[in-house]
Design a protein around this ligand. Sequence first.
Ligand SMILES: Cc1cc2nc3c(=O)[nH]c(=O)nc-3n(C[C@H](O)[C@H](O)[C@H](O)COP(=O)(O)O)c2cc1C
Length: 306
Amino acid sequence: MALDSPELSVSIGNWQLQNPIMTASGTFGYGEEFADFVDLDSLGGMVLKGISLFPKNGNPPPRVVETSCGMLNAIGLENVGIDKFINEKLPRVSRYKSAIVVNILGDSIDEYRELAQRLNDTDIDAIEVNISCPNVKKGGVAFGTDHKMAYEVTRVVRQSCSKPVIMKLTPNVTDIAAIAQAVEEGGADAVSLINTLLGMAIDVKTRRPRLANTVGGLSGPAIKPVALRMVWQVARKVSIPVIGIGGITTVEDVVEFLLAGASAVQVGTANLVNPQTSGQLVEELADYLKSNNMASVHELIGAMEV
Ligand SMILES: Cc1cc2nc3c(=O)[nH]c(=O)nc-3n(C[C@H](O)[C@H](O)[C@H](O)COP(=O)(O)O)c2cc1C
């Protein structure tokens, strides 16, 4: 391999990505909205906004707040629902070369099953399962915080579709590696982590919470060290690929996650600061490899020295 064109492609199980840079769910709309800013043929993958069985209006405003080195959001998983998504949104992004990953969320195991079955008949490349949502039937405990429930959602989604299944893990647990092992056992092809960390902010003048929902999910550079630690812990415990997410803004951030053991990464909040970030990172990663005399991105994956 000539050094002027380093190898960027990575595999997630049997699924090949043209490079390891993806966008994170909820920060890249339904993809098409970013067409003026990013060459949508150039990314490893686009993970689209989380989709539920029925449309959701989300939480009342204010739903986002800026914090030191990050932001809090309590969007409440607003989305158009699976029917409108398949009929109207998906055809608009399917024509691009970047892989299409659809993030799904359910209030019950049955909802996850139905979403996976519906998406199995489409031409998407993979399903990412958000298990940070509360299980309504089990008293609102998030699927991703209980290893038995995490295993069960994974098993059901795995059995309901033939697409690669990525389980997206919440950091709001004591032992994220144990949850990762449970979803691996359930048949996941990969894990992605982390979703947002629960946080809150108070307006000292009004003494009221700055989010109408009081609490929200913290994202952005503030969470990068936590995410990096969790990716490293999980990568040592599972044999399926790990996709790193959390505060990624620069090519050095990408390299850190790869060194910690991630096979690919997702860029989230940075898209809201500079919508061109994901496309720029693809180019910058190639430049980084060239200027460090590396023939392949694989030279970085899991290569942290201890
Ligand atoms: C405004 C906003 C909306 C989000 N919506 C979703 C979502 O629908 N599904 C999901 O799994 N994660 C969602 N996330 C979490 C991100 O995909 C990502 O895991 C998290 O923000 C950490 O990455 P970052 O620090 O690069 O933003 C959302 C994040 C933000 C900031």
